[in-house]
Design a protein around this ligand. Structure first.
Ligand SMILES: *Cc1c(COP(=O)(O)O)cnc(C)c1O
Length: 389
């Protein structure tokens, strides 16, 4: 059997080859490679899609976070509350502007920052919160915004894994002060290299990010602040404009695939704890003795950048069996950020965030992409079933 990958970018390219090739060719024909029309148009289209006034293309998702923090005047001495169960870039961006990550444990079912634990982490130095919509699952944004408002904190949504996800009908990225998007190839909306974008409803913030991405320039060869060289390539913008047309169909496919996984995996939960079908695209899934399929409720639209299950016992064995059967899988993420060598200086220790540490030892992400077939999903689940038999 051919390998089942985590995501199959080649299969997707084959479905839109002629449009992508034409888009790339037209940028080269025009030979305008930095910013310009394609970037402007993509910014307008993504702002419309997310439901915000402004979108600013930058060089990566990491830079989208760094520039957002810089634009909101976060600097040395400030503390930013975030989750320890995320990709390093979230905390790295905080450190990059000289501020300090203050970690807050996660919710057991959603893997996202526990909104009810945030307030206890606030100190006089706290300036902002970075909720991360992990795997595509939206955070509890109403609670997070209420805490932020009460304590006058900024909110930067890390939407790197959640393009197209929505909380109570609002797209993620449109709820906080800024949203940081990543177009890294493996993300739900990926380009053919690195790329990112900041979305915001605030004119002043948008202006500052535009200035920061281009060396702090206000007019050609006039600089008012220390900036960055962090622009979205015109070529990537042209590719993304093609892919954006298909994104809702592709997300619907991801959700369909997640539901099929849920259906097939339900039988493996020995306690039968899966609640009845709610009719929503993603229905709530409870804790099983072996599995906790990422819990969702109907008002959360989960776009499934990743499909992640929890295996209480024998995760290593399942991983090994999948590998032996030519099926990819991934652990996002095997070591919580408070336990990373780079953050030793912050003084955290093992046991500080028990739910994040439990998740790091139990999560397993399975192949997930729009072109994944039901036959492939059946093959993945049957290997898991055999491994745990
Ligand atoms: C991918 C990712 C980023 C960084 O995006 P890049 O485009 O790779 O720089 C930030 N945060 C999270 C949660 C991510 O998954």
């Amino acid at each position: 059997m051919p390998k089942i990958q985590m995501t199959d970018l080649k299969a997707q390219y084959e479905t839109i080859k002629s449009e992508i090739d034409a888009a790339i060719q037209s940028v080269i024909t025009e030979s305008s490679f930095i910013l310009g029309k394609q970037v402007d148009l993509l910014e307008q289209e993504i702002a419309g899609y997310i439901g915000v006034k402004y979108a600013i293309g930058v060089a990566s998702g990491t830079d989208a976070l760094v520039l957002s923090l810089a634009a909101l005047d976060i600097k040395e001495g400030d503390e930013i509350i975030t989750t320890p169960f995320t990709f390093i870039a979230t905390a790295e961006a905080i450190s990059r502007v000289g501020a300090k990550p203050a970690f807050c444990d996660i919710d057991r079912d959603t893997y996202n920052i526990d909104a009810d634990k945030i307030e206890a982490k606030i100190t006089p130095k706290t300036k902002a919160i970075i909720p991360v919509h992990l795997y595509g699952m939206p955070c509890e944004m109403d609670k997070i915004m209420a805490v932020a408002k009460k304590h006058n904190l900024k909110v930067i949504e890390d939407c790197a894994q959640s393009f197209g996800s929505a909380f109570k009908g609002r797209k993620v990225g449109s709820i906080g002060d800024c949203g940081a998007l990543s177009f890294f190839p493996a993300k739900t909306l990926g380009c053919y290299g690195d790329g990112g974008m900041v979305v915001t409803g605030e004119e002043e913030t948008a202006k500052r990010i535009k200035m920061l991405r281009n060396h702090g320039s206000t007019a050609k060869y006039h600089y008012s602040v220390h900036g960055f060289n962090s622009r979205l390539d015109t070529l990537q913008a042209a590719i993304l404009r093609v892919k954006l047309k298909y994104i809702d169909t592709w997300i619907a496919k991801r959700i369909e695939n997640a539901r099929y996984y849920n259906e097939l995996l339900q039988g493996l939960s020995p306690k039968g704890t899966v609640p009845a079908e709610s009719g929503a695209p993603n229905h709530p899934i409870g804790l099983g003795a072996y599995f906790n399929l990422q819990g969702t409720v109907p008002e959360y639209k989960h776009a499934f950048n990743y499909y992640t299950i929890r295996i209480k016992k024998n995760r290593d064995l399942v991983q090994e069996r999948l590998g032996a059967n030519n099926i990819a899988c991934g652990i996002y993420y095997p070591l919580s950020l408070h336990l990373q060598e780079v953050y030793q200086g912050l003084g955290y220790k093992k046991g500080d965030f028990p739910l994040s540490e439990e998740a790091q030892d139990e999560v397993l992400s399975l192949p997930m992409y729009p072109e994944l077939t039901s036959g492939q999903i059946q093959a993945v689940v049957s290997v898991i079933r055999e491994a745990l038999a």
